[in-house]
Design a protein around this ligand. Sequence first.
Ligand SMILES: Cc1cc2nc3c(=O)[nH]c(=O)nc-3n(C[C@H](O)[C@H](O)[C@H](O)COP(=O)(O)OP(=O)(O)OC[C@H]3O[C@@H](n4cnc5c(N)ncnc54)[C@H](O)[C@@H]3O)c2cc1C
Length: 638
Amino acid sequence: MPHEAGTVSYQESREVAEASRETDWTKPSFGKELFLGRLRLDLIDPWPQPDPIRAAKGDEFVKKLNAYVRSEVDGERIEREDRIPDEVFHGLARLGAFGMKIDENYGGLGLTNLDYARSLMLVGSVNPAIGALLSAHQSIGVPQPLKLFGTAEQKRRYLPRLAAGEVSAFLLTEPDVGSDPARLGTIAEPVEGGYRLNGVKLWATNGTVATLLVVMARVPKSEGRRGGITAFVVEGDSPGITIERRNGFMGLKGLENSVTRFHDVFVPADQMIGGEGRGLKIALTTLNTGRLSLPAMCVGAGKWCLNVARQWSAERVQWGRPVGDHEAIAQKLAFMAATTYGMETMLNLCCMLADDDRNDIRIEAALVKLYASEMGWKIADELVQIRGGRGYETAESLAARGERAVSTEQILRDMRINRIFEGSTEIMHLLIAREAVDAHLSVAGDIVDPKADLGRKAKAGARATAFYAKWLPGLAVGKGQNPNAFTAYGPLAHHLRFVERASRKLARSTFYGMSRWQARMEDREVFLGRIVDIGAELFAMAAVCVRANAERDARPEGMELADLFCRQAKVRAEALFTALWDNTDAVDAKAAKRILDGRYAWLEEGVVHPQGDEPWVATWQPGPSTGEDVRRRVPPPS
Ligand SMILES: Cc1cc2nc3c(=O)[nH]c(=O)nc-3n(C[C@H](O)[C@H](O)[C@H](O)COP(=O)(O)OP(=O)(O)OC[C@H]3O[C@@H](n4cnc5c(N)ncnc54)[C@H](O)[C@@H]3O)c2cc1C
């Protein structure tokens, strides 16, 4: 049955999101501690070191990949023709790039997260659509959920195919399901020997070329069956699957992104991953490390932009000086260099922590996705500004006039999506904030839960008193007030003292918010967003100080970049602290209601508005496809 919009309440959506959370914290988490006001530098210092044997293997692969993409892949052609050529699929498969994250026993390369990120950064710098292809394939596509939740038989059956170059895709989104999976309308009806899938999936990256899919579908609840959103591995060629469309976007022109229809598609029971009702938990757990691929591409973009900005700003002379000498442009260069260093540091740290598996990195990985997608976008935007009119001109047009074909406008278009997919910025704010307030909710949750009875409230009250009696006084004083603290970090010590003080202030602010708004805290999305953004700045500051200090002898300039980054981050964090209590949030929320009611609609007069009375969100009807199958079959190499 097609899903009817409006039938899922806010409460139900929230419950689905809550049920898919991982609630256990078995390993230490730097991020969680930071939000609780405790700077646990011991969790990231000593700076992690990659295992030398695995690192050597990674280096060898990255070297080969580098040689291949430089000599054989034409990024401009992908942009011009809106597709990645067949031979690039073959070349990447030959190198093993589709199996970077797959264990060696299944024919993959078994690379570390760090080397995987380096590889994505490299291919993404030639054309980001290649990065998206490889990352959708192995960060969210079939390999990662199977690695974490698949049976031995499923791994044996599918992973060698994927490592050899078959492409996979991840299908969660539907026309009516974006950020809110509770509305999922694709049904997996239990039948003899398996399930029958019916539904329509939107925007599946790799969907037009994939031969193996992870599909999220709802198994209806029934007698003795828990049902719920469930993950399946589905053969892309199964009867009843139609690729109805290849979608086109602002950027990522080479993306093979589909509308995929399932009509009575039979999926054998042994193709379910992890059990009925476990689909969203699987998706979220997969994303813990899966989320690192997107920031890898943002870091790559930062490096690319910095390189163009540096050369151009030194060369282009206006008003008697190179533009980089004018203060307004100089500031942008400083922002680009410092932020690229900051993003790279956060990413490398998260990858290495994931590789040595000592820490829980779910908060840190989410922070780096949020931070790198926002900052990467700003960097690309600043590059367009620095390049002036040439920043707005296409590479093709520049080349036709005899100038260097630098695709600045393309990088801006390609980068924009990062703030939307794999968790939009707004959703990332909520997701991270949920973890940041978890300590409060787990001790005091029932006090603020309107559904809790008096007995539960009293018990929660006692628990909360015990927790806060111990925790709150600890937030008043700390190492950051001692001018001799963190001296091992030399000139960066004062930044760590700031981070220590600010993390306690952040925890106190979260506590004030909790006491002030109680159960309504979750509606204070902008407040929570600022709490999370401060946490991201503090995490980044701590990371750059530890890294620069660890690399001090090998790369002394890192200390300068760390200092520069921390100075800029501190200004941003302080502005966010001020805005926590001095803002227009309440009036904005009231104004938005009036805007939605049409009170100011006259302001929109005087222009031609988009025409048409088609729905904003298309509904779909179950049944066989009426359109042509636009699947792209990448032929085997000749
Ligand atoms: C190029 C591209 C590739 C994609 N690849 C895949 C893929 O491979 N597989 C897949 O399953 N999906 C994919 N997607 C879908 C993508 O993950 C979604 O676009 C994303 O989850 C956001 O959903 P939505 O677009 O429906 O936005 P909506 O959920 O409609 O949101 C609209 C706006 O409201 C905000 N919003 C929503 N809920 C809240 C809230 N509670 N509080 C505050 N703000 C809120 C959002 O942040 C957004 O700004 C892709 C999309 C694109 C464009």
